[in-house]
Design a protein around this ligand. Structure first.
Ligand SMILES: Nc1ncnc2c1ncn2[C@@H]1O[C@H](COP(=O)(O)OP(=O)(O)O)[C@@H](O)[C@H]1O
Ligand SMILES: O=P(O)(O)OC[C@H]1O[C@](O)(COP(=O)(O)O)[C@@H](O)[C@@H]1O
Ligand SMILES: [Mg+2]
Length: 323
């Protein structure tokens, strides 16, 4: 093996750059060549491919976004696109590909593997919705951004005795909501898969007022991308009481920004590990971290499994919030 290709796909995630840097640097320091592919699978099919020099990777470890750009390119679900992508890789003499992306991108990586092209997946998504890894690259930064935002919202909530329903990203995965809820001491977390009784939440918020806590924070998981889960929740909540309430949809601020040290280190470990696997002649794998150990699983296994959030956080939050 002489040449490794790298692409980022799906929603950008903080520390994708650290992952790109790790794969490329590790490859170069082992005498291999590293090639960057711009715009995810769209750029792969178009042949938007360039060779990395070691210095191309300077100054990237602290930057959010992805220096290789990203794309949502549904056309890659078609076999023609996949074969065209492989043709481009062969044209550039690239022997193996590292795909940094989320669950959607893993489908693309799986397809390439099924066509016999050696591909390794790194979990790059803020959603933390990938099986066989406790954490994805970008989750920690997004979580901290959400927590920082909720802390700021709390100042207004307290000053105006308001209830804020704060909607966080994560699609169907509730991880950001669960972690942010516990980290901000939310009065309630509303997330798919967890029992929500809006009337009960309303009663709790009203009792809080009587007991001396005259503001509220409810963290809402979006459920679907760009949904209106928080405004919908508030409409329902207002049926059960006279609340001065506002909905805040945190949105894409959760995707950007300087990656946390934890995400940078995770990305560096995973990126270097992917190259180790390729040097050992292995492929068709997805890299993850379980119990603080970086490891790899057959990429096909990921599609027979479902990501499990830390479900204890929901009950923990209920136990610790004001009663
Ligand atoms: N079933 C599929 N087959 C091949 N490629 C896919 C498939 N699903 C998604 N992809 C590719 O992965 C890209 C990113 O997927 P998406 O779900 O948007 O983001 P993420 O990878 O962050 O979850 C898609 O735009 C498409 O190019
Ligand atoms: O930026 P878009 O295309 O509107 O997508 C928003 C979605 O992307 C995410 O930020 C990240 O999701 P992916 O990692 O699956 O791309 C979700 O949390 C959010 O629902
Ligand atoms: Mg996804």
């Amino acid at each position: 093996m002489k040449r490794i290709g790298i692409l980022t796909s799906g929603g950008d995630a903080p520390a994708m750059n650290a992952a790109i840097r790790a794969v490329a640097r590790k490859a170069i320091s082992n005498g291999l060549e590293a090639y960057g592919i711009n715009y995810g699978f769209a750029g792969l099919v178009a042949g938007d491919i360039h060779k990395f020099s070691a210095t191309d990777l300077d100054d990237s470890i602290d930057e959010g976004g992805t220096m290789l750009y990203s794309a949502r390119y549904p056309e890659f679900a078609q076999v023609e696109g996949q074969l065209k992508g492989i043709e481009q890789l062969k044209k550039f003499g690239i022997d193996a590909l590292v795909v940094i992306g989320g669950d959607g991108s893993y489908h693309g990586a799986l397809r390439l593997t099924e066509h016999g092209y050696n591909t390794i997946g790194l979990p790059g998504t803020i959603d933390n919705d990938i099986p066989y890894t406790d954490f994805t690259i970008g989750f920690d930064t997004a979580l901290n951004t959400a927590v920082d935002a909720i802390d700021k919202i709390r100042d207004t909530a307290k000053s105006h005795q308001r209830v804020f329903a704060v909607q966080v990203m994560g699609r169907a995965a509730a991880d950001i909501a669960l972690w942010a809820g516990v980290a901000t001491g939310a009065d309630a977390i509303v997330a798919p898969g967890y029992d929500t009784d809006v009337k009960e939440i309303a009663e709790k918020l009203k009792k809080n007022r009587v007991d001396g806590k005259d503001y509220g924070i409810v963290v809402i998981a979006e459920g679907d991308a760009n949904s209106d889960a928080a405004p919908t929740f508030l409409e329902e909540l207002k049926k059960y009481g006279d609340f001065d309430a506002r909905a805040v949809v945190l949105g894409h601020i959760q995707r950007g920004g300087r990656p946390t040290a934890r995400d940078r280190v995770l990305a560096s470990k995973m990126g270097a590990y992917a190259v180790d696997l390729l040097l050992e002649g292995k492929g068709g794998l997805a890299v993850g971290i379980l119990d603080n150990k970086v490891q790899a699983h057959d990429i096909t296994d990921l599609f027979n499994s479902k990501h499990q959030p830390d479900t204890t956080l929901f009950d923990l939050n209920n136990d610790l919030s004001f009663k």
